[in-house]
Design a protein around this ligand. Structure first.
Ligand code: IPE
Ligand code: IPE
Ligand code: MG
Length: 244
């Protein structure tokens, strides 16, 4: 979008998390197979990612595939993985453009269980964007908040086993530092479209003081105007963090 047409906000969240939900229902409403909804959802992901970056949001986390989504029919999982491959190829093709925008791509989630060719492309995308930090684009793949906390606790337990850490010295910061989002600000705003009012295992630890914004719109129909609405709502929120 043209810089002059971009909305202006008095306060912007530093980190926005988005649960991209409703692809299947979008397809069903049109009598289409579910994977067609994922194709449209992937387009929305590109559009909103770009818009958020243009607005100057520093950090974005898109929930693309959860640790629980493996329960879906294999052909649906395969279709989602194919879309992921397509996106990863595109990241490589658009290397110069992304570099100019200062985008750093980061995948969060458990890497075991992800097809090997995809893992290689993920590592490649992270490598070619690692020096940038204007916009941090986190994509949650095979991600589960509980699994992430277990991962962090295991890392600390290893330190204890080696005698380098005492249980009584474990702090919140140490747990945060071993999450996939280590070093990033906690999400200020979590957006969930599709009329569901739950976290579905997304950024459990990090969302302790996040503001939530829900909408009935299905993700493939989600527009820049909807994203703007969420940011306007955030502008009005009075965040107290337990104080007065
Ligand atoms: C979100 O859309 C995409 C993924 C979870 C991968 P859904 O596929 O969950 O869409 P609905 O909720 O069935 O409509
Ligand atoms: C959450 O959506 C996961 C992603 C958007 C990737 P789901 O559609 O899997 O969540 P539930 O099953 O409705 O809670
Ligand atoms: Mg869903």
């Amino acid at each position: 979008m043209d810089q002059a047409q971009l909305p202006v906000f008095s306060v912007l969240p530093q980190h926005v998390g988005i649960i991209m939900d409703g692809n299947g229902r979008w397809a069903k409403q049109r009598g289409l197979p579910r994977y067609k909804g994922h194709i449209e959802g992937a387009k929305t992901f590109r559009k909103i990612g770009e818009f958020a970056g243009d607005l100057g949001i520093h950090c974005l986390t898109f929930y693309a595939f959860s640790t629980e989504n493996w329960k879906r029919p294999p052909e649906e999982v395969a279709a989602i993985m194919d879309l992921f491959r397509e996106y990863l190829r595109e990241l490589d093709d658009r290397k110069a453009e992304n570099e100019e925008k200062g985008i750093k791509v980061n995948f969060i989630g458990d890497r075991t269980g992800i097809p090997r060719d995809i893992l290689a492309m993920m590592a490649h995308s992270e490598r070619i964007t690692r020096k940038k930090d204007h916009v941090i684009l986190n994509i949650a793949v095979n991600y589960g908040g509980r699994q992430e906390i277990v991962h962090s606790v295991r890392e600390l337990a290893k330190e204890i086993e080696k005698g380098r850490l005492k249980a009584k010295d474990i702090t919140e910061q140490m747990i945060s530092d071993h999450l996939y989002t280590a070093g990033l600000p906690d999400p200020d705003l979590i957006i969930r479209p599709s009329g569901e009012y739950r976290l579905s295992n997304f950024l459990l630890w990090q969302s302790a003081y996040a503001e939530f914004w829900y909408s009935d719109i299905l993700w493939p129909d989600f527009t820049e105007a909807d994203f703007t609405k969420a940011l306007r709502a955030f502008e009005q929120r009075n965040r107290r963090f337990g104080g007065v």
